[in-house]
Design a protein around this ligand. Structure first.
Ligand code: 1HN
Length: 345
């Protein structure tokens, strides 16, 4: 049933009188906000090749000193949302951030949750909630809502990382703001060391200073080893994937977005069923063809792409003789909390 009355069917003076009273009729807009079966999605399948971002990002390093930028980032904007909205999807923001040797991105905290996936370079670190987290290619570092964070760089080459935030959702909900701070004192201890051993956890009753986020850094070496071991242990397993979780609770690491790493076996094609969340794919090692809703992208190392929800996605390892590894982000935790998470097969 799509034949609801249109706005043009109403007398002009009637519509004007309503508008003067801050009133609008629902029925001309009802199908727009509540379409049949499938939501309206602005998110388009999009590919951001790293090799074409990189020169522009390095140029930003010459044009804009860190003091003038605070965070020197080129935003990966989905054209379906309009570039100025700085959205990859409804809830996800993506940006490539550059920190040059000796630079300092000062301490602040904010309501949006962030993670960083390190793309290039050695010697930089993020201090999160007093914990110094070294950055190496493929590492995932969390800066969950409300935690102080600042970035420094003691190395000799540019460092680049991919920021993933739930900023669009927080902004839409009118809860997005930041607070500036001062340089943090680094406290000893590393959550990733305390939680590095499978099957055993520090006994919660004896842990001093309970933390909602006990682990802030997920080293790539550990994640890759977990994927390779899983693949070797389950030779017929199609979906060789891990979820980044809070080791104390087993829940997703953050409240809104979910993070995963996937291994594609040599030559493998994996079909991901249509699910409600939009997804982001970032190739950590290898080469992967991403196909979704009639679009197809060939991703090489450090490339990023996103796909809308309610569409199936196929991922093909372009390497016939070696596995490829993909970091993924999606909106599953949000959809589950909203009660709208769906798998459609
Ligand atoms: C932010 O705080 C960082 O701390 C990076 O590195 C990107 C994008 C929007 C809002 C805050 C950072 C950000 C951001």
């Amino acid at each position: 049933m799509n034949d609801l009355g249109r706005l043009e069917d109403l007398p002009v003076e009637y519509v004007e009188e309503m508008r003067r009273q801050n009133l609008v009729p629902l029925w001309p807009s009802l199908r727009g906000v509540l379409p049949p079966r499938v939501p309206t999605r602005q998110t388009r399948p999009t590919h951001w090749p790293y090799q074409s971002i990189r020169p522009l990002l390095l140029r930003a390093g010459e044009l804009t000193p860190i003091e003038k930028a605070e965070r020197r980032v080129l935003v990966l904007a989905n054209p379906g949302h309009g570039l100025d909205k700085m959205q990859a999807s409804a809830a996800m923001y993506l940006g490539m951030q550059l920190l040059l040797p000796g630079e300092w991105a000062p301490s602040h905290r904010h309501t949006p949750n962030a993670v960083r996936m390190i793309v290039e370079g050695e010697g930089a670190y993020t201090t999160v909630d007093g914990e110094k987290c070294p950055m190496s290619r493929g590492d995932l570092i969390l800066t969950p809502t409300g935690l102080w964070h600042e970035h420094g760089h003691d190395g000799s080459d540019p460092v680049v990382w991919l920021d993933v935030l739930d900023l669009p959702l927080m902004f839409y909900a009118e809860v997005s703001y930041h607070v500036n701070g001062t340089r943090q004192d680094v406290v000893p201890g590393q959550g990733d060391r305390r939680h590095a051993h499978g099957g055993v956890l520090p006994t919660p009753a004896f842990v001093r200073g309970h933390k909602d986020y006990p682990m802030l850094r997920y080293p790539w070496a550990e994640v890759k080893a977990a994927l390779l071991d899983l693949a070797a242990d389950e030779p017929t397993l199609e979906h060789v994937q891990i979820t980044y979780v809070n080791p104390q609770t087993g829940a997703d690491v953050e409240n809104v977005l979910g993070f995963y790493a996937l291994m594609l076996r040599p030559g493998q094609t994996l079909r991901l069923p249509a699910r409600s969340p939009a997804q982001v794919f970032h190739v950590v090692e290898g080469a992967v063809r991403v196909q979704c809703a009639g679009a197809g992208f060939d991703l090489i190392e450090a490339d990023t792409s996103c796909t809308p929800g309610y569409e199936s996605v196929s991922l093909s390892n372009a390497r016939p003789d070696a596995p490829s590894f993909v970091f993924m982000a999606d909106e599953s935790p949000l959809h589950r909390k909203l009660g709208v998470y769906e798998v459609r097969g």
